[in-house]
Write a protein that binds this ligand. Structure first.
Ligand code: ARG
Length: 301
């Protein structure tokens, strides 16, 4: 299978596993919005928003997100590139765990040029690179998320990422993978409708999934551990959260979701990310996890 789809593992894979990057603190990668804009339409949110984001406002909002995240995590930066307006959504560039990085193969040509910049950044930082073939699209943490324990991968298909990529991605860590089918074009990435939280909870929008996928989710998370958001919350990107231990950072949901999460023991910070929502992304899409997911409670999801 791997040889037929042309997997290549870079020469950095020859390095000793013990020398792979390791983070003692939660660590994320972000990309400042110097070149952020909406130049094309590749998701329903971008329609009607061509060139509408204010870059000044986007910068202010991004800096607020950065300073909220910096309270609880270290942040590395990658420079944006002129002509790559979506590179700010660095959460879709890869999935990282144990110093191994599964690099994305973007579905749309408009974002494929981002790949070489990210590959170079990860190579320089000493990560082990796991390439994904062009013919099986895969969009990083947009469509593949580890559970809190870090031993199970949830991967979506149906819009951007191909089902055929799931097994290949999971093999980077020899981990189990469950595939979920996305059926609503507004929720075109898994991270728009599904967020495993460190406390073992799952924040999700049930309407984004087909029946067998919902059954899989419900088999893994007991009713007590499932936090379903409403359609109105989901369309405010309520599931697109950054979660570090008990801290949750998200865009403004205009609802009582923050209170519901706080009742479960989380601390919630809401940041206005309106300019990025025009592009189809919110908090989670603007930061890529580099450190490992960790168990903070006993719950397993
Ligand atoms: N314009 C970007 C794209 O369509 C936005 C990505 C935001 N995605 C997300 N999962 N929140 O690729």
């Amino acid at each position: 299978y791997m040889s037929t789809i042309g997997t290549t593992v870079s020469k950095s894979s020859a390095r000793n596993f013990a020398s792979l990057p390791h983070f003692d603190r939660p660590t994320y990668l972000m990309c400042p919005p110097e070149w952020y804009d909406i130049n094309y339409v590749i998701n329903p949110w971008m329609a009607g928003n061509l060139h509408r984001p204010s870059r000044d406002l986007a910068f202010t909002q991004w800096k607020e997100l950065h300073s909220q995240l910096q309270r609880v995590a270290d942040i590395r930066l990658i420079h944006g590139q002129q002509g790559l307006p979506d590179m700010v959504f660095v959460g879709h560039a890869a999935v990282v765990q144990h110093g191994i990085v599964a690099l994305s193969s973007f579905a749309h040509p408009q974002r494929q040029t981002e790949e070489r910049h990210l590959r170079r950044w990860f190579e320089t930082a000493g990560f082990l690179l796991w390439e994904t073939p062009r013919e099986t699209a895969f969009e990083g943490e947009g469509d593949a998320l580890f559970n809190a324990a870090g031993d199970h991968l949830w991967a979506a298909h149906g819009v951007r990422t191909c089902l055929q990529s799931h097994r290949h991605i999971a093999d980077a860590w020899h981990t189990e993978v469950s595939s979920l089918h996305l059926i609503d074009p507004r929720f075109y990435h898994l991270d728009t409708c599904f967020a495993p939280l460190a406390g073992g909870h799952l924040l999700y929008f049930p309407g984004a999934f087909d029946k067998p996928s919902l059954a899989r989710i419900e088999a893994a998370y007991t009713p007590k551990m499932r936090i379903a958001v409403t359609e109105a919350e989901a369309t405010h990107f309520a599931c697109n959260v950054i979660n570090v231990g008990q801290e949750i950072i998200l865009g403004q949901t205009g609802s009582d979701l923050g209170g519901r999460l706080e009742a479960l023991g989380y601390n919630v910070a809401e940041v206005n990310l309106s300019e990025f929502i025009r592009g189809g992304g919110s908090a989670k899409a603007l930061a890529l996890r580099l450190s490992d997911t960790r168990v903070t409670h006993q719950a397993r999801g």
